[in-house]
Design a protein around this ligand. Structure first.
Ligand SMILES: NC(=O)c1ccc[n+]([C@@H]2O[C@H](COP(=O)([O-])OP(=O)(O)OC[C@H]3O[C@@H](n4cnc5c(N)ncnc54)[C@H](OP(=O)(O)O)[C@@H]3O)[C@@H](O)[C@H]2O)c1
Length: 271
């Protein structure tokens, strides 16, 4: 069978994508090849997903007919680009999809001259199929390439298309966002403990409240302000809490957090 999809780097995010691409039937296991340097990881991936596994990035790049995904740490990018440099031809031109944080389209296009490249920024919830990925396309991509990338990332959650100049803002919001939410869950549970709840109960209440509220907003498409208005009864408990959150600068703290992360992403990109 033809190898359609190549994965360079079978780590956390690579495996998350791989597992869902196969479960969803987007690619058959026999249509996938993965390169991974670590022998123990190689045998795990081979056994778990029944895909072809190699240590040879060269092989992955030359065999994959449709798309090659780069899922290594950003620090490994220049070594891989050098490794592949002499085999890049326009006769074999798979779509190159990079999830490497901070590696720009122009860096990708310099490494893969005249090849279609798509830069993607997924986030950690992709590992459980609830990710948010932003995609931006290089100069040599067409609608078919974009469709391929969209199909791949819809296997691990939702996707949006943005222009590359918005990638730092994406990083500040959905990229780093899971940490802000984790902090909020932890702090809410601490509040519950402070109000007398046992720790395990407080953790469960905090987590399910965040999950349930996100699901409600997502499914009902209700504006967050409307949900807030619905649960604040006159002179009640929720408005007392909201007054306290506003005094403590809760909203402004989150706005500034997203801005700070976006700015840091921009600085690191120049770096
Ligand atoms: N995890 C996330 O939530 C997330 C979110 C957004 C973007 N990303 C991006 O996703 C990329 C991967 O992150 P990750 O969390 O999946 O990292 P990871 O778990 O460390 O995965 C990287 C994998 O690539 C392998 N590798 C290293 N050098 C290689 C080489 N020269 N050729 C082939 N494979 C090589 C590593 O093997 P060894 O362990 O043996 O080195 C490892 O298995 C990063 O660029 C990151 O910026 C991740």
């Amino acid at each position: 069978m033809t190898i359609k999809f190549g994965l360079i780097g079978g780590g956390v995010m690579g495996e998350a994508l791989l597992s869902r691409l196969i479960v969803r039937g987007i690619y058959q296991a026999s249509e996938v090849i993965v390169s991974e340097p670590q022998p123990s990881r190689q045998s795990f991936l081979k056994q778990q997903y029944e895909v072809a596994v190699t240590a040879d990035n060269y092989l992955v790049f030359t065999q994959a007919q449709e798309a090659v995904m780069l899922a290594v740490k950003p620090q490994a990018f220049s070594a891989i680009a050098q490794e592949l440099a002499d085999i890049i031809t326009t006769e074999h031109s798979p779509l190159v999809i990079s999830i490497l944080a901070g590696v720009s389209l122009s860096q990708l296009e310099a490494a893969f001259p005249q090849l279609p490249v798509i830069r993607a920024m997924p986030n950690t919830p992709a590992t459980v199929g609830a990710g948010m990925t932003a995609l931006c396309s290089g100069a040599y991509t067409n609608a078919k390439h974009q469709q391929t990338a969209q199909q791949i990332f819809s296997a691990v959650g939702e996707f949006v298309e943005v222009s590359e100049n918005l990638m730092d803002a994406v990083t500040g919001l959905s990229g780093s966002g899971p940490a802000y939410v984790a902090l909020m869950v932890e702090a809410m549970a601490d509040g519950g403990v402070a109000a007398g709840l046992p720790r395990a109960v407080a953790n469960q209440l905090a987590l399910q409240t965040v999950l349930g509220t996100a699901t409600l907003l997502h499914e009902s498409k209700m504006h967050p302000a409307e949900l807030k208005d619905r649960v604040t009864s006159p002179g009640g408990t929720t408005i007392a809490a909201i007054a306290q959150l506003e005094r403590a600068g809760f909203r402004s703290a989150l706005i500034e957090a997203v801005k700070a992360a976006a700015q840091r992403s921009q600085e690191l990109g120049k770096g």
